[in-house]
Design a protein. Structure first.
Ligand code: GLU
Length: 398
């Protein structure tokens, strides 16, 4: 029997696969530096865990409204106001099982089969599969390193067809760490309004910005027309070290929010009630541990960016946000590592793992050639040791 066309197109998430392979080897006792998945090494802050324990003790263990409890949706709306100046009310927020689920809800709500979604590359790997899963057609637009991996309007115009339904924007970006300026977002907003398309704005890393001078801007905050056609997607996994709790959300106009809530009511119902209690504490409770994590990420970014830029033949831009360093490895091509000829970033990633025990993700996974992605959401010990190994890899072989 044949599987569905959607199932046949589906690939396993490369970031998760590489990371679970690395973690399996670590569990077997191998000394692997895992720079693959973007997962904070920090434990979930204590106040959040206590709130979850209290929820269990208070028997907060039944169904909740499928769109999420009112207090949590209000806390999300307050956070969006505080961080981005956005005006949403609780009925415009739907709490989902992580931001992947939020993306799937969003695309299910707006795409008809065959509708095209413009995806600037390098992109986070799961966008493509989620768009495919919701019967859309991803249209990939390659950005240029010279433009800081930020998509330009003529590139968007070249990708536009009469089937274009939406555009995905991700700032701060996974995997490049780049951010759009307010001015650039205004141009993108004008493009979306003029061409009557939706914007799905993935703002998962908005709290992980590493310069006092930089400020995250949400495209939805740039006027009523763009506000109305944007679905903001976010979650608590990265900023609150809550990857396992699976809490994400969408913020949108009421019509879309209602459609998303209906979709969710018939698919997963509410997300886990305990995770909702934890998320409420995360957003409304003490933020000290979160602020400390952000400082630690910044310190690691500064360290690893310097170390990698000191290695001959490697180059990267300084990431402005998120926790990834995107490193150009194309000057290694033509060399060999223990008999393996290096012709692509995949070869670099495989030989780094195979011979130096460092797990990274090659940029092919992100729809872009010639780079590897290093996640520095790992301990400082691993950041230092991983930098040493990458340095040895280059010096010993090229
Ligand atoms: N989003 C993280 C990453 O890019 C975690 C793994 C995943 O969900 O892709 O590594």
């Amino acid at each position: 029997m044949k599987l569905s066309a959607v199932a046949e197109k589906m690939r396993p998430s490369s970031t998760l696969s590489i990371s679970s392979e690395a973690n399996k080897k670590i569990a077997e006792g191998m000394d692997i530096i895992n720079f693959s998945a973007g997962e904070p090494d920090f434990d979930t802050p204590t106040n959040i865990k206590e709130a979850a324990k209290a929820a269990i003790d208070n028997n907060f263990t039944h169904y909740t409204p499928y769109e999420g409890i009112e207090e949590l949706r209000q806390a999300v709306a307050d956070d969006l106001k505080r961080e981005c100046g956005l005006d949403y009310s609780a009925d415009q927020i739907v709490i989902s099982n992580g931001s992947k689920h939020a993306l799937k809800n969003a695309f299910t709500a707006i795409l008809d089969p065959g509708d095209e979604v413009i995806v600037p590359a390098p992109y986070w790997n799961s966008y493509i599969d989620i768009i495919n899963m919701t019967y859309g057609v991803p249209v990939i637009v390659n950005t240029k390193m010279g433009n800081g991996f930020r998509v330009k309007i003529p590139e968007l115009e070249a990708a536009l067809t009469d089937k274009t339904k939406a555009l995905i924007i991700n700032s701060p970006n996974n995997p490049s760490g780049m951010m759009y300026s307010e001015e650039e977002l205004r141009e993108i907003a004008d493009f979306a309004v003029k061409n009557n398309i939706y914007v799905v704005s993935d703002e998962l890393y908005k709290k992980l910005v590493y310069s006092k001078k930089l400020k995250h801007t949400s495209i939805a905050s740039l006027g009523s027309e763009i506000y109305d056609r944007t679905i903001v997607v976010d979650g608590l996994s990265k900023s609150y070290a809550m990857t396992g709790w699976r809490v994400g959300y969408t913020a949108s106009n009421r019509e879309i929010a209602k459609a998303i809530a209906n979709i969710q009511s018939n698919s997963t119902s509410n997300i886990n009630s305990i995770a909702q209690a934890a998320a409420l504490e995360a957003l409304t409770g003490d933020q000290t541990e979160v602020e400390n994590m952000i400082k630690a990420f910044e310190h690691r970014r500064d360290y690893i960016a310097q170390r990698i830029s000191d290695i001959p033949l490697l180059s990267s831009l300084l990431p402005k946000g998120a926790f990834y360093l995107f490193v150009n490895v194309s000057r290694l091509y033509g060399g060999t590592v223990r008999g393996v000829e290096i012709k692509s970033s995949k070869d670099v990633a495989e030989t780094l793992m195979g011979f130096y025990n460092v797990a990274v993700v090659s940029s092919e996974a992100f729809g872009y050639p010639d780079y590897i992605r290093i996640s520095y959401a790992t301990s400082m010990r691993d950041v230092v040791e991983g930098s040493n190994r990458i340095e040895r890899y280059v010096k010993e072989n090229f």
